[in-house]
Design a protein around this ligand. Structure first.
Ligand SMILES: Nc1ncnc2c1ncn2[C@@H]1O[C@H](COP(=O)(O)OP(=O)(O)OP(=O)(O)O)[C@@H](O)[C@H]1O
Length: 679
């Protein structure tokens, strides 16, 4: 029996169960072996009456004192209660819906019981315990794996199938080179899987987990490393820096110290003769776009093209305007290519790109399309914002002859995750905001205060400012009446606000042309108040906006609220953000407090991470990385660092075994990420 064999040949797996397992992503023997237990029951802990903890799960040794009593509650529901003597105390064993146990448990006999202890009430209880006779405990004290329930599969079926798999001639090829396995003191793969599924003791499970986590960490590291590995020396020759000096000297503002430092880092990379792989990390509104403009200008002035990949069409258009504003009169040609552009126009642009008549190409995913050929791509910039995966990034880089890469990101990423995601990148931080920015005053109110908030927005608009009103939904939902939607709010505001104010409404369901014209009108100050969904979350840059109201604010994640709020306070005006929620939940209110009291993206991300836990935070899927089994990347810094060193060693090695292993791991990595879909 092999890893890739189908489960259909296994006894006990008929077509129905096969289908149920497949729904859960379990198709092969290997998939089932990779379906790890959710937890283990350890009945080895023998409880004592000296030390009883409410709700603790323990084994107790106790004598049955009576025949017990079955109470019928209603229908099939029954409770069987039995009195036990545990050391010198009485305890009741309570069984639900198992009246037949009356004939199984015998008076005056001793048993081991395992279950949850409840101390509240007149008598101590052990709830729904498992039990075994003291004279014949069998495997009662062995560790028992517990698997997540799969609908259509009885709970004891998974262990049964696994037992069969292991008792047959199971072949598991362990490709990890023996030398690494030994130096890292790891179990071989089959032994590790056996330890996970059939452990006798807890330390065996730990050894099994150690090996399987190692596999996952090594695979992720090798997959990421393969993006940049072996393509270090750059053929791109940059000699002229005059153009960017002119550009920088003519900006309407002075660059911050951090912005200058990032530009220095970039220039040093380019001068080093090696391919640049740099992540630029800076909080919302810290001024990352100008870095991209300067980098693209440098490339253009030296005869190379730059591709700039933005996460949304709206942003691609906005960047297009910004780039053109600063670069067109320097004789640099900029074009925006998006999915919605008309075919004829697109063809014309693509022809010009292929001939080298366009220097800067800005777009969305469309930039990765097969049909887009570059003349001489010198740099790829991705405005990451967690929308692109590892795969897209590398696909775009493959378009040229090893172009330089720069990744922009606003969201602080925990160190471990950034080591994985950007393991191949050097990092520059923009850790200050442009001069003169005032902290955004943030408040949390319930809906009863809405009329006052609307009056406040009108006051701001009298002063010539613009405002945002954000709603989670596009239209009203019957199931979730309490959640605000753009359609209703837009109509209400039209009635409530002075008609001299222009109100606009923007959401993802509008046609691209309509979206574009609304954004344009808002940019030009023709719309005073824009009601929108989170579509404006990233990147939208209108410095005249001074107030934002976020309705049903509890529907958004903390980092998302921070991103949304980052759409105001981008100019010299004092700005305000109102989080509106009717929720009284303590948890919600404490989340709102985090935003009210903090302005730093890093602090908010830390809190988000603390409140939500690692599982939810920065999903791997969002980054186009495969789902992990046992590895929690947030907590395994040492393992990730160690396996990175090993991955590097494997990539450097000319030994056949190492090279074969490398190819196999990469094949599997790319297969995994092919299965990841983007939403
Ligand atoms: N040094 C500076 N001084 C003053 N204004 C600046 C400076 N650098 C950038 N800006 C302006 O600040 C605003 C925000 O910059 P930008 O849009 O580049 O931010 P960002 O880092 O991309 O933010 P986000 O992550 O929110 O998209 C823009 O209007 C930009 O022109």
């Amino acid at each position: 029996m092999k890893w890739e064999d189908s489960l259909i040949n296994i006894k006990g797996v008929g077509p129905k169960r096969k289908e149920a397992l497949e729904k859960h992503g379990i198709k092969t023997i290997g998939d089932l072996l990779s379906f790890y237990p959710r937890k283990y029951i350890d009945r080895n802990v023998l409880g004592s009456t000296d030390n009883i903890y409410e709700e603790s799960e323990v084994s107790i040794k106790a004598q049955v004192l009576n025949k017990g009593r079955v109470q019928r509650i209603r229908g099939n529901l029954s409770i069987f209660t039995l009195s036990l003597l545990w050391e010198d105390k009485k305890i009741a064993a309570v069984f639900f819906n198992q009246p037949y146990l009356k004939n199984t448990l015998h008076e005056y006999q001793e048993y081991y019981f395992y279950g949850k202890i409840k101390t509240a009430g007149a008598m101590m209880k052990i709830m729904n315990p498992q039990f075994v006779s003291v004279n014949n405990p069998g495997s009662f004290f062995e560790l028992t794996p517990v698997y997540s329930h799969i609908s259509g599969i009885p709970n004891n079926t998974i262990p049964k199938i696994l037992t069969q798999i292991f008792s047959d001639d199971l072949e598991i090829a362990d490709h990890l080179p023996e030398s690494i396995r030994r130096s890292e003191n790891l179990l071989d793969l089959k032994a590790a899987l056996k330890a996970i599924h059939f452990p006798k003791r807890a330390d065996e499970v730990l050894r099994g987990i150690e090996r399987l986590k190692f596999n996952e960490a090594l695979k992720i590291n090798m997959g990421i490393m393969s993006n940049s590995w072996g393509k270090k020396v750059s053929d791109i020759i940059i000699t002229s820096f005059e153009g960017i000096n002119i550009l920088m000297n003519n900006l309407p503002y002075e660059l911050t110290k951090s912005q200058r430092a990032v530009i220095d880092d970039m220039i040093a990379d380019i001068k080093s003769g090696q391919v640049m792989n740099r992540l630029v990390q800076g909080d919302v509104g810290s001024g990352k776009t100008i870095i991209a403009i300067i980098a693209a200008c440098l490339m253009a002035q030296n005869g190379y093209q730059t591709a700039y990949m933005a996460p949304t069409e709206i942003l691609a258009q906005q960047h297009g305007r910004n780039f053109k504003e600063l670069l067109v009169n320097m004789g640099i040609s900029v074009e925006v290519v998006t999915g919605s552009i008309k075919a004829k126009e697109k063809k014309e642009i693509l022809d010009r790109v292929a001939k080298g008549a366009v220097s800067i190409i800005i777009g969305t995913h469309a930039l990765i399309q097969e049909s887009l050929e570059y003349y001489n791509l010198g740099m790829v910039i991705t405005d990451e914002q967690h929308r692109f995966g590892v795969k897209q990034r590398s696909q775009l880089s493959l378009k040229g002859n090893l172009p330089h890469t720069m990744v922009m990101s606003a969201t602080p990423i925990p160190r471990t995750l950034s080591l994985i995601l950007y393991g191949d990148l050097s990092v520059s931080y923009i850790d200050e905001l442009p001069k003169g920015r005032k902290p955004i005053k943030t408040y949390c109110y319930d809906e009863a205060s809405l009329h006052k908030i609307v009056a406040f927005l009108e006051d701001e608009m009298i002063k010539g400012r613009q405002t945002f009103v954000i709603c989670p939904f596009i239209e009203a939902s019957e199931e979730m009446e309490e959640v605000r939607d753009t359609e209703t709010v837009y109509n209400e505001l039209k009635k409530k606000m002075n008609p001299k104010y222009q109100i606009g409404c923007l959401h993802g369901r509008l046609k691209n042309d309509d979206k574009e014209s609304i954004i344009k009108a808002f940019n030009q100050g023709e719309i005073d108040c824009l009601v929108a969904t989170s579509i404006i979350e990233v990147g939208i840059d209108v410095p005249n906006v001074s107030a934002m109201v976020i309705l049903s604010a509890d529907r958004f994640g903390l980092s998302q609220l921070h991103q949304l709020r980052g759409r105001v306070g981008r100019g010299k005006h004092q700005s305000y953000c109102f989080l509106v929620t009717n929720s009284k939940s303590k948890e919600t209110l404490s989340r709102m407090k985090v935003i009210v009291n903090n302005s730093s993206g890093k602090k908010i991300a830390d809190e988000d991470f603390r409140l939500r836990g690692p599982g939810d935070y920065f999903g791997f899927k969002q980054h186009g990385l495969p789902k992990l089994g046992l590895l929690n990347p947030m907590e395994e810094l040492t393992l990730i660092k160690n396996t990175k060193i090993i991955a590097d060693m494997i990539f450097q090695s000319n030994e056949k075994e190492m090279m074969n292993f490398r190819n196999e791991v990469l094949q599997s990595f790319y297969q995994d990420i092919d299965e990841v879909s983007f939403t």
